[in-house]
Write a protein that binds this ligand. Structure first.
Ligand code: Y43
Ligand code: MG
Length: 202
């Protein structure tokens, strides 16, 4: 596995919630982070049907455009009773002509669970796939996961995306009811970052 030795890393995301979590997770490693947004990089179309496929698109696009190593995160929630939906399409479920609306996306998730009369607990998992890509085309892939259940109504105001309806296994709180340190200790993203740090930063 290739080690990360460069002083600067592009975070290839346009999602502010993810960027805050990633900045905290990589804080201890003394690498200067710059986001795709700050560099004015375009948001590439996520045309693949897998998390790793879309993470590769985002990481390689940013590495090529910037000439710097780049880290992308493709993530989503997979609900068992919905055969893994929304999964890779988690962000798409929030799309409206006015921009992303995650209340609508969470409402849809619950409505579809009601429609199939899903048994309780309504199990699900958050997935996070990280791709670290270098400008020469090399990449490394790390996968993280947090199992839990979808709950209703929404609870909590922290975090981002679907956090108000996801209660991780072993907790009575949703991700949106946890403080950011607690979420960053146990989340799918934290799980993937532990593997990234073990593989490339130590
Ligand atoms: O910890 C999380 N807590 C709640 N929701 C989350 C989380 N992690 C991902 N999610 C949801 C929302 C996000 O919109 C979608 C991923 O879609 P995904 O394409 O990977 O990210 P994105 O389009 O928001 O930003 P970008 O592609 O620029 O990194 O899954
Ligand atoms: Mg995206």
């Amino acid at each position: 596995m290739r080690k990360f030795r460069e002083p600067k890393l592009v975070i290839a995301t346009h999602n502010r919630g993810k960027l805050e979590e990633i900045s905290a997770l990589l804080g201890p490693f003394g690498v200067e982070l710059v986001s795709a947004g700050e560099l004015g990089l375009p948001e590439p179309a996520e045309t693949e049907t897998t998390f790793v496929g879309n993470a590769r698109i985002k990481a390689h696009a940013a590495a090529q455009a910037s000439g710097l190593p780049a880290l992308a995160d493709d993530s989503g929630i997979s609900v068992d009773a919905l055969n893994g939906a929304p999964g890779v399409y988690t962000a798409d479920w929030a799309e409206t002509p006015q921009g992303r609306d995650f209340e609508l996306a969470m409402q849809r998730t619950w409505t579809e669970l009601e429609r199939v009369d899903a048994p309780y607990p309504r199990t699900a998992a958050f997935n996070c796939t990280l791709v670290l890509a270098w400008p020469d085309g090399h990449d490394e892939v790390f996968v993280g996961r947090m199992p839990g259940q979808v709950v209703w109504p929404m609870r909590g105001t922290e975090g981002h995306g679907y956090d108000p309806i996801f209660q991780p296994d072993g907790y009575d709180l949703t991700f949106a009811e946890m403080n950011r340190w607690e979420k960053n200790r146990i989340s799918h993203r934290a799980d993937a970052f532990r593997k990234l740090v073990d593989g490339c930063f130590t």
